[in-house]
Ligand binder design. Structure first.
Ligand SMILES: Cc1cc2nc3c(=O)[nH]c(=O)nc-3n(C[C@H](O)[C@H](O)[C@H](O)COP(=O)(O)OP(=O)(O)OC[C@H]3O[C@@H](n4cnc5c(N)ncnc54)[C@H](O)[C@@H]3O)c2cc1C
Length: 406
């Protein structure tokens, strides 16, 4: 027997939950499937930029459970810059740290409250009729709907079926994280160390982070881009151990509270829509190559997919493809070019010196990397973003040819 719904969602992370909240609140019959149990954790830094806080506000999610963050402490060798989140953008002037177990539960609880039917421990796979997705097979049942939202995170089985894997040769990231107790758990700043090196002393394009969760613990992690020389041999556990050792004293860090866990950060997707379906969040490769942020893009693309579906299910996938591209593609492709650039150790070292050289430039670096500016933003940050965009676009073929990765 086939059951039916208006909208089917594969994956109950931030992206899937955002789509479900938005559609269910407008009265759509929404069914969400997640193969994990309720309360599942997600390997993440738990950091929310002002843009993500803005997206949560758009969804009416109260930040009661989150730790308020005023800005970022950027560290490059001996230079330490404490930077407030800007207050001249269209986003709130604060961020947050919200451990994913709790953030994701708050989001999916809101979806249930809005009327979505969430089925845990139920793997869902798309049902294809030619190229059209007509619904899903889940837990022994078949479901049909005019549109299926693929919110299944970094590519796996669903991506193989729909051809949404990442684009070969384009950058992606890997990152690892753990939790530790720290007397500085309630710090009001995220901390990012931009000058990590691997065991051979090669500078790592990426960063080590300490994100205070306000609950007695901090999230400690490290991430790297695939454009790095020697990326395939990079030992993430060792990178994290070295970083832990580096910051142990200044943060009064205890040992890891659980085994450090690593996961992938997809930054491209071969496709993100087709007849009867759209992909959102990590499943669509929507991660910022400049800082590894993906929660906001998951929330924004989820809301966008639901709004277009509510408007007209038949044309929603095509319109989604255009709208998501207009919102994110130019920034993400600039970010990918940037990651080829910083894959070169010499450029990374000298670029960093420039990026944190003065407080004013570091403030602009923060705004550009946090995707808090765009081509329309006035002032110095907007000008620098437009200039960087144009320069990197011109240099792109050279950057790719001379890529440092081995
Ligand atoms: C170490 C690390 C640190 C990071 N730090 C940050 C950070 O600080 N801030 C930030 O913004 N981003 C960060 N990111 C990125 C962020 O974690 C992701 O962008 C975000 O989780 C994407 O949300 P999503 O809903 O698209 O996918 P996910 O959160 O991965 O959710 C996908 C869900 O789909 C389910 N699923 C998969 N396949 C199926 C199936 N076939 N059937 C049913 N269910 C299925 C999974 O169980 C999962 O619950 C980090 C990533 C990593 C790896």
């Amino acid at each position: 027997m086939t059951s039916s719904a208006d909208l089917l969602v594969i994956g109950a992370g931030p992206a899937g939950a955002a789509a479900a909240i938005r559609a269910a609140r407008q009265g759509a019959k929404v069914v969400v499937f997640d193969k994990a149990p309720y309360g599942r954790d997600k390997v993440c830094g738990d950091g929310l930029t002002p843009r993500a806080v803005g997206a949560l506000a758009e969804l009416d999610i109260a930040l009661d459970g989150a730790h308020h963050i005023d800005g970022l402490r950027m560290i490059a060798n001996d230079t330490v810059r404490e930077l407030p989140w800007p207050d001249n953008t269209r986003f709130p002037n604060h961020g947050a740290v919200w451990p994913r177990r709790r953030l994701d539960a708050a989001l999916i609880d809101a979806a249930v409250e809005a009327g979505a039917d969430v089925r845990w421990e139920t793997e869902a796979l798309p049902v294809l009729d030619g190229h059209r997705v007509t619904g899903v097979d889940a837990g022994g049942d078949r479901w049909a709907a005019p549109m299926t939202v693929v919110a299944s995170g970094a590519p796996g089985k669903v991506a193989k079926m729909l051809g949404t894997d990442r684009v070969e040769g384009e950058p992606f990231g890997l990152a690892i994280r753990a939790y530790c107790e720290s007397p500085r758990h309630a710090d009001a700043h995220l901390e990012a160390c931009l000058t990590l090196s691997d065991e051979a002393g090669t500078p790592v394009p990426g960063y080590g982070w300490l994100f205070p969760a306000g609950d007695g613990t901090v999230n400690i992690g490290a991430g790297a881009l695939s454009t790095m020389k020697g990326f395939k041999k990079l030992n993430l556990n060792r990178l994290l151990d070295d970083y832990h050792e580096m910051v142990r004293e200044s943060w009064g860090l205890g040992p890891y509270l659980e085994r450090p866990r690593a996961w992938r950060l997809p930054m491209t997707a071969q496709r993100r829509h087709g007849a009867g379906w759209v992909a959102i969040g990590d499943a669509a490769g929507l991660i910022n190559p400049m800082n590894g942020e993906g929660i906001d893009y998951g929330l924004e693309s989820g809301m966008l997919a639901a709004d277009l579906f509510l408007d007209d299910p038949a044309t929603a996938p095509d319109r989604y493809h255009v709208a998501v591209g207009e919102r994110f593609d130019s920034f993400l492709s600039t970010g990918r070019r940037f990651s080829f650039l910083i894959g070169h150790p010499w450029i990374l070292k000298n670029g960093l010196r420039l990026a944190v050289g003065t407080q004013a430039i570091a403030n602009i670096t923060l705004q550009v990397m946090g995707n808090l500016v765009d081509g329309e933003t006035p002032g110095a940050a907007g000008r620098i973003f437009r200039l960087t965009d144009r320069t990197l676009a011109t240099a792109d073929p050279v950057l790719r040819k001379t890529r440092a990765a081995a």
